[in-house]
Design a protein around this ligand. Structure first.
Ligand SMILES: [Zn+2]
Length: 449
């Protein structure tokens, strides 16, 4: 089978996501792609400051060893760790760095972990974790994952610090709200709030060597405004203001939370400007379309980045996705109602619609044949749609479950955005195992997807 363009792009990215240490200035090194997130080391007069810690302790240990070859422990104890935000892929490696015993100060924003709070308060962590696991592809075999767009394929240990920066991580003990200047190990570092991918995001400015650490407010992909595991609003205007503030610093080096650093003052500025323009463009076009009465379905198809932005490798939709962003802008601002009064009517249901579709097709069997034809013609979206109708009629029918799984696997292969690809493959895998169970125990209960 020929590989899809999406598969080839992700394979190319996998090549770039080989673990390596890069020195970006006289006293700053970054461990890229060893772990899910980058870990940066700033060497001071008599100690180190780390920016983020990665997610997986075993990987943190590899990074620490590499850092110790550059800056030996007896001269350079870790004096501070800074969490750019509260995601577990940036905090989970912390126990390894803290195990050296130097009792580092751990810095974060005072709303650390804000993104997960609504889920916790609502008692929604089971859903958050289930969807997060699918988005991460943690139940998929490695050959189905390639890379996560901006990070290499890694599997957390069971119960690992994945979903909330508070699980399994050493918790921050130093907080600030807007900005603060740290003077530590002979270094002067400015920390300031840059709400973007998350509300609790911060950036770190090391003026002496003109290095800027921006966490996940920028990495080599279109920004992840909507992770498919689910999230509330990721505030694009606030994100753009943060990017503007980063631009104004005229940094020589920009160290993102994932993927390789950017170097050269002009290049850094250009990257920050283009990134902001991409976000602004999608936001403005969506608002314009909403005011013109367009629905999320229409806008998700219509709003695309202009060529001069979409052709940039750091705006490829390998991790964030433009059409999901459009939908989230709509939803965050006006909620679920798309403006079509049909969707206010309460008489419809998936079963009712499926009965009508089957009648239109000439019966359930004819509907199944249509779905099979669509699959044979590689119209996977239509095949999956018809499979949904068939499953609304018979949720445990093995052939229907398998058909949907087949269609989803074709869709996943064609999907560039790695989180959606992982999610789609994961559901296909679930449907197959449900089909298997149905075959061995047709009277058993319906397993939940
Ligand atoms: Zn991250």
């Amino acid at each position: 089978m020929n590989k899809s363009p999406a598969t080839l792009t992700l394979e190319k990215r996998r090549e770039q996501l080989q673990p390596h240490i890069v020195q970006v200035s006289p006293n700053v090194w970054v461990s890229v792609a060893e772990d899910v997130s980058n870990v940066a080391m700033i060497r001071g007069k008599d100690g180190l400051v780390l920016v983020d810690t990665g997610m997986i302790p075993d990987r943190a240990a590899v990074t620490l060893e590499a850092f110790r070859n550059i800056a030996p422990l007896d001269r350079y104890p870790i004096k501070a760790i800074i969490y750019t935000h509260g995601h577990g892929d940036h905090t989970g490696g912390s126990p390894v760095f803290c195990a050296e015993g130097s009792k580092p100060e751990i810095w974060a924003r005072d709303n650390f972990g804000a993104e997960v709070l609504p889920f916790e308060r609502a008692g929604l962590m089971p859903l958050f974790k289930a969807r997060g696991g699918k988005q991460g592809g943690f139940l998929l075999p490695p050959e189905k994952r390639i890379c996560n767009g901006i990070s290499p394929v890694r599997y957390p240990r069971a119960g690992g610090a994945v979903f909330s920066g508070k699980t399994g991580a050493v918790l921050p003990d130093h907080f600030f709200s807007d900005d603060v200047t740290l003077e530590i190990a002979g270094l002067k570092l400015h920390l300031f709030a840059t709400p973007g991918e998350t509300d609790d995001a911060l950036s770190v400015w090391f003026p002496e060597e003109r290095v800027l650490f921006c966490g996940d407010d920028l990495y080599r992909s279109f920004p992840n405004v909507y992770p498919v595991r689910g999230t509330g609003n990721r505030d694009i205007p606030a994100w753009c203001s943060s990017l503007k503030r980063l631009e104004s610093l005229d940094a020589d080096v920009l160290v993102p939370g994932h993927t390789d650093p950017f170097t050269g003052k002009d290049h850094v500025k250009e990257v920050l400007t283009n990134y902001r323009e991409a976000l602004e463009y999608v936001f403005d076009k969506t608002i314009e379309g909403m005011n013109a009465g367009k629905t999320p379905d229409e806008l998700a198809r219509e709003v695309r980045l202009p060529e001069h932005l979409s052709s940039l490798d750091y705006l490829e939709e390998a991790y964030g996705n433009v059409s999901w962003t459009v939908r989230n802008i709509f939803n965050s601002l006006v909620g679920w109602f798309d403006g079509n009064p049909l969707h206010l009517a309460e008489g419809n249901s998936p079963e009712r619609e499926a009965l009508h579709m089957a009648a239109l097709a000439g019966g359930e069997e004819a509907l199944f044949r249509q779905a099979q034809n669509a699959l044979a013609l590689k119209d996977a979206i239509w095949a999956a749609r018809l499979a949904d109708h068939l499953l609304a009629l018979k949720p445990r029918q093995k052939e229907y479950l398998t058909l949907k799984a087949d269609a989803l696997e074709i869709l996943a292969e064609e999907m560039l955005t790695a989180t959606g690809r992982n999610y789609t493959f994961s559901v296909a895998q679930e449907l197959r195992s449900r089909a298997e169970k149905t075959a061995t125990n047709p009277e058993g209960p319906v397993a939940s997807a």
